[in-house]
Design a protein. Structure first.
Length: 573
């Protein structure tokens, strides 16, 4: 039964790893490794493509663009109409304007006053560490932009040529913020001005829209805020441990929802249509963008396929009736930065959920909080990981002690079990009865070490996702050769130590009498250790620390129980 118990534990561990790997693939829009399926791809309707970030696609007629009955996504698509009778105002010269702050180097396009380039100055590009990380971009290689505009008539949109108001373009020392303002020409009896204000030390950008009715009748436009990006994985991201990339929405009603690009293409998105709260976001490993409106402002959420391999997520909000000569202003914010949980919690309810822990959020959030507190004390994320694992081992000490005590008892009677199995190997029924008799006499529960370990598995899987998801690990050094806890060990020292520690754990356990199971008990650690050669160094450090502490605890408990620790080396015959 002891060998059965170990086999069960290995099966649980193996199955957990298989599930984690398969969920990774599905979670990120890849094919499942073990149960692949080929999703059907349906062609979008003829009028579906909107005017994308890279240029106009199919454009509906002027009459459809101004129709109040057009649903939200189609209305945004119609906003890209480029030739509408009665709009012959001379086009302003198109240019790109760069703004630099302590955290950003931003580029705005005067076509629509859109944000088309966001370079994060405090984060480096992992593929080329001589460059800063580029979050938003509009180039031949990729598209990821933030756009706004008006619908409900032939009003200014993200395709309207605007003029930029002269002003400073760099945040100076001693200044708290810098603004850049774009103004549209009169279009459909409306002028639109949008002002982007970037604050020092902040990753949320204030965006104020002012709508002026220059006509002779009242108008009722709607403001749209959207994020448009291609469906590709972020450049340089490893496919081995990639995480979710794509749109996400949050409302109080349905909480956090991830949206796969393929679901948008297939028309299978199920998100709330109207809500007085929430946000829309584009998420990738470590970073995110999100449009934020104040709670209580009514909004309509939408996702759509804009063009070939181009998708958008956004929200529409009505501005109400604006009388001739009147101005209506609405404030919004664009978050564009790293997924620092403590920072995002302060910006908007539920925004921290873009750092996705999945079904283990209830465990992962307190673990992250504790890790963050340890980092404040130790000022090193590597040592904070070691300290956190140590605290968890202390918290689970009595559970582990019970498990290892059960293992020690099994180890003590193992010679008697093996002698009995050899003696009764031709009488399996009698052997089973004799084995149960020995367990009763020795007061040993063969499954006693299983349950205490099983109930700890969710905690350590939750910690695994904390370390995988935390941008704080990115480019964070530990000691010596470990310069970045978010990338694999360059010299494979930690994975090799991890493999050795796994084999030591196996050697300390009683050898299964069945030669086939004995081989499996040695091959399984080797097989799973291969994966750790590709894991981030922070994850391997966490597993290695856990293994070392487990070995130490097992050694101490065995010694206290009078069962001297010994290494049971493999005997493959």
């Amino acid at each position: 039964m002891n060998d059965i118990r170990r086999t069960i534990l290995w099966v649980i561990f193996g199955f957990s790893m298989v599930l984690l790997w398969d969920k990774w693939q599905l979670h990120n829009g890849n094919k499942a490794t073990f149960f692949p399926t080929t999703p059907a791809v349906t062609a979008p309707a003829a009028n579906a493509p909107a005017s994308g970030a890279a240029g106009a696609a199919s454009v509906p007629s002027a009459s459809s663009a101004s129709s109040a009955s057009v649903p939200a996504p189609a209305a945004v698509a119609a906003a890209g109409a480029s030739a509408v009778p009665g709009q012959a105002a001379p086009a302003a010269k198109r240019e790109r304007v760069e703004v630099k702050t302590d955290l950003y180097r931003l580029t705005f396009d005067t076509e629509g006053g859109s944000l088309v380039h966001a370079e994060l100055l405090q984060h480096i590009d992992m593929a080329d560490k001589t460059r800063n990380f580029l979050l938003l971009d509009e180039s031949a290689q990729r598209v990821y932009v933030a756009q706004t505009g008006l619908v409900g008539g032939t009003f200014p949109t993200h395709k309207t040529a605007m003029t930029v108001v002269p002003g400073p373009r760099e945040l100076k020392d001693g200044e708290d913020s810098i603004s850049i303002r774009f103004e549209s020409p009169e279009q459909g009896g409306v002028k639109l001005a949008k002002t982007w204000t970037i604050k020092r030390g902040a990753y949320d950008i204030a965006v104020k829209h002012e709508v002026v009715n220059t006509g002779s009748t009242a108008v009722s436009p709607q403001l749209y805020l959207q994020l448009v990006r291609d469906g590709n994985k972020p450049p340089g991201e490893s496919s081995f441990y990639s995480t979710f990339t794509g749109p996400a929405v949050y409302t109080d009603a349905k909480k956090y929802q991830k949206v796969e690009f393929k679901d948008i293409e297939n028309g299978k998105v199920d998100i709330p249509k109207d809500s007085p709260n929430g946000y829309v976001a584009m998420v990738q490993h470590y970073f995110a963008t999100a449009w934020l409106l104040a709670d209580g402002v009514q909004r309509e959420l939408f996702t759509r396929k804009v063009d070939t391999n181009l998708y958008s997520v956004g929200m529409l909000t009505p501005l109400g009736s604006i009388e001739p000569g009147a101005t209506k202003a609405i404030d919004s914010r664009l978050f564009a930065g790293p997924q620092v949980e403590t920072m995002m919690e302060k910006l908007s309810p539920g925004l921290e959920l873009v750092k996705d822990y999945g079904w283990l959020t209830i465990l992962s959030k307190p673990l992250y909080w504790l890790l963050d507190q340890l980092h404040k004390i130790l000022n090193n994320w590597g040592w904070a990981i070691v300290a956190l694992v140590l605290l968890l081992k202390i918290a689970f000490y009595w559970l582990n002690a019970k498990a290892y005590a059960s293992m020690a008892k099994m180890k003590a009677i193992n010679p008697k079990i093996m002698e009995m199995r050899e003696r009764l190997k031709d009488k399996p029924q009698q052997m089973q009865q004799e084995m149960m008799r020995i367990y009763r006499e020795e007061k040993v529960n063969p499954m006693g070490g299983c349950f205490p370990i099983m109930i700890q598995i969710p905690v350590f899987i939750a910690l695994y996702w904390v370390l995988l998801s935390s941008v704080e690990m990115r480019n964070a050094p530990w000691i010596g050769w470990i310069k970045d806890l978010s990338t694999p060990d360059p010299f494979f020292i930690l994975p090799l130590l991890m493999t050795v520690s796994s084999l030591v754990q196996t050697a300390l356990n009683p050898a299964p009498p069945d030669p086939l199971q004995a081989k499996m008990m040695w091959f399984m650690p080797l097989i799973f250790s291969v994966m750790f050669f590709f894991f981030p160094a922070g994850l391997v450090l966490y597993w290695l620390t856990n293994n070392i502490l487990s070995i130490a605890q097992q050694w101490i408990i065995n010694t206290r129980m009078g069962v001297p620790p010994q290494f049971n080396l493999p005997k493959f015959k």
